[in-house]
Write a protein that binds this ligand. Structure first.
Ligand code: GRF
Length: 191
């Protein structure tokens, strides 16, 4: 199954997928200087760089990124720490073929880039992560898998996020395996 991965951050989920032997055929980023982009370069994975400053609008950037991904005959697109809301046109092009990993037990703490901090501030005793299908409503698509972790009294955003990421690295591959059996090989349907 040919995977496309969208990254803006350090790229630990991307690295984990590659190290587990998944076929990552393309990586796209809006932050060419991020860790995920550096990892793609290091491993020789085709990298699409779509810095917002080189495009007139969000729609123009997403259209370019969409077309670049569509050329790569991907079966599934994975949103692994991509930090911008994707436009409707982009999401429609990958309907039912794009998943997201989010660092909270959705529907709690949806919608933001600071979900871990929000969970900590709210004083929840359990947090975790969710893999879901991407739909136009942010963080609200059908849930595929979740994993819970305890929030400990001395946690900081960093320690809690690290505990959540251990689970992300387990359930994201598991969700991809689940979908492997559900979606037909997609050379054509992505176009
Ligand atoms: C993860 O915590 C993911 O849930 C969130 O962004 C973070 C990306 O981490 N959407 P990494 O860049 O894969 O390390």
């Amino acid at each position: 199954m040919r995977l496309g991965v969208l990254v803006s951050g350090k790229g630990s989920n991307l690295r984990n997928l590659v190290e587990r032997g998944f076929e990552v055929a393309a990586v796209a980023t809006n932050k060419p200087s991020c860790g995920g982009a550096a990892f793609a370069r290091e491993r020789g994975i085709p990298l699409g760089e779509f810095s917002q400053k080189t495009f007139a609008s969000l729609e123009a950037r997403d259209a370019a990124m969409r077309d670049w991904l569509l050329e790569r005959a991907l079966d599934l697109v994975i949103n692994a720490g991509y930090d911008r809301i994707l436009t409707g046109g982009f999401i429609a092009a990958f309907e039912d073929r794009m998943i997201n990993i989010h660092p909270s037990l959705l529907p709690a703490f949806a919608g933001g880039m600071d979900s871990v901090a929000q969970a900590l501030a709210r004083g929840v005793k359990l947090s975790g992560c969710t893999v879901h299908i991407v739909t136009e409503e942010v963080d609200a698509g059908p849930i595929l898998l979740q994993a819970a972790v305890p929030v400990l009294p001395d946690d900081t955003v960093e320690t809690l996020h690290a505990r959540i990421q251990v689970e992300e690295h387990r359930i994201l591959p598991e969700a991809i395996e689940m979908l492997k059996n559900r979606i037909a090989p997609a050379r054509a349907p992505l176009r």
